[in-house]
Design a binder for this molecule. Structure first.
Ligand code: TPP
Ligand code: SF4
Ligand code: MG
Length: 374
């Protein structure tokens, strides 16, 4: 069928249009989900190609001028649709949706919460790991703020350098953040982490702790909890999972005599927000350690990320506290739910017997008694 302007248009479902207007009307009203990837990639010409040109000579455009006009109209329509698809909900997020973290990923929830409070006047130095890999696949990025991918082991060193450079330019007001996972920040990047804290560089160092090297296949880290099963500490006849207890990174950070250390959880975003704001008000090195459950590595239903995060806090598996000038203060009194509720929801602990869990419970109770007297 030939349209009023002498063109033939066909959609992939075989319908043709009589005019350009009907083409755009169809595009506008389409609920076709296959459009979404093109819109998100902003890959207009591919969409035109895939949608219109596949049918034999479906789009006959003899003049370049006409083609340009059509492309512009489609571009405008796509921009309009983009607004609808993304919705107002995510419009102000500084970590754009569409990245590739797994469903229910605690690390990406942490990153959104962090950026919301940090705002735009920031430079992020992000170590290799799940958060970096999933949000920055070339040529795309989810980061709407200045962001540097640095190697696995030196995020805090790069942040120190960025700080120096900005200060030399008189840009003391820009916040500099080093962010990495527990492997990148607390094991392999420990030297650079420790160095930056010891120099008391005016930066905020953040570890999103998902308690293993997730990006490379759930290997144990120093931050993996005792008896958790990972691919390098698999539970079985001869093993009950990781032998060692979780490394106490916040206490190690505080031992560098920095002005502010805090722990947080993605389950308590207001507490996290308050702590970031406080960190930003303090000059010198600050350390924030955020518990960030990983449905894949911990093996739980991805709908339950926040519930698991909260249960960690309420069962005393994860304490929310601040250390200011060496003084440790609990920021949330846990409800004291049984630790079994937290553990039984995750397959990484499924091999534990009631006796093992009771021993765990005893240990966390003792720690809370000793450190917070509750
Ligand atoms: C020096 C070095 N060693 C190992 C790797 C491979 N590697 C990339 S990401 C990763 C795991 C990251 O773990 P973590 O920092 O905890 O972040 P997560 O993936 O858990 O978010 C490893 C081992 C690397 N990139 N560089
Ligand atoms: S493996 Fe875990 S930390 Fe990595 S993207 Fe998936 S849910 Fe997030
Ligand atoms: Mg990790």
């Amino acid at each position: 069928m030939v349209c009023e302007q002498g063109h033939e248009f066909y959609f992939q479902d075989g319908t043709s249009c009589n005019s350009l207007t009907s083409l755009f009307e169809k595009l506008k009203s389409s609920d076709d989900k296959s459009l979404i990837p093109y819109i998100q990639r902003g890959d207009l010409s591919k969409w035109v190609g895939d949608t219109l040109s596949k049918k034999k000579l479906a789009l006959k455009l003899s003049k370049l001028k006409e083609k340009k006009a059509i492309l512009e109209l489609i571009q405008a329509t796509i921009e309009e649709k983009k607004g609808n698809i993304m919705g107002d909900k995510y419009k102000d997020d500084l970590l754009a949706p569409g990245h590739r973290t797994c469903a229910g990923c605690g690390a990406s929830i942490a990153a959104r919460q962090i950026l919301k409070t940090l705002g735009k006047n920031v430079v992020i130095c992000n170590a290799t790991g799940c958060l970096e890999v999933t949000t920055s696949q070339y040529p795309l990025t989810s980061w709407k703020v200045p962001w540097i991918h640095v190697t696995f082991e030196n995020a805090a060193s790069v942040a120190s350098g960025v700080r120096e450079a900005l200060d030399a330019q008189g840009k003391e007001d820009v916040t500099v953040v080093a962010i990495g996972g527990d492997g990148g920040m607390l094991d392999i990047g420990f030297r650079s982490f420790s160095g930056a804290l010891e120099r008391n560089h005016n930066i905020l160092v953040i570890c999103y702790d998902n308690e293993a090297y997730m990006n490379t296949g759930v290997q144990r880290s120093g931050s993996t909890p005792h008896m958790a099963s990972t691919t390098t500490t698999p539970a079985g006849i001869a093993s009950k999972g990781k032998e060692q207890w979780k490394k106490d990174a916040p206490t190690i950070a505080a031992a560098h005599h920095i002005p502010y250390v805090a722990t947080a959880s993605i389950g308590y975003p207001k507490d996290l927000e308050r702590k970031i704001k406080k960190a930003l008000s303090i000059k010198g090195a600050k350390y924030l350690h955020i518990h960030s459950p990983c449905p894949v590595g911990w093996n739980f239903d991805s709908m339950k990320t926040i519930e698991i995060a909260k249960d960690a806090v309420e069962s005393k598996m994860w304490a929310l506290f601040e250390i200011e000038d060496g003084v440790k203060t609990l920021s949330r009194t846990p409800k004291g739910i049984p630790i079994s509720k937290y553990m039984n929801a995750q397959k990484r602990f499924k091999h534990l017997s009631d006796k093992d869990i009771a021993e765990y419970q005893k240990r966390v109770d003792e720690i809370f008694k000793k450190e917070f007297n509750i």
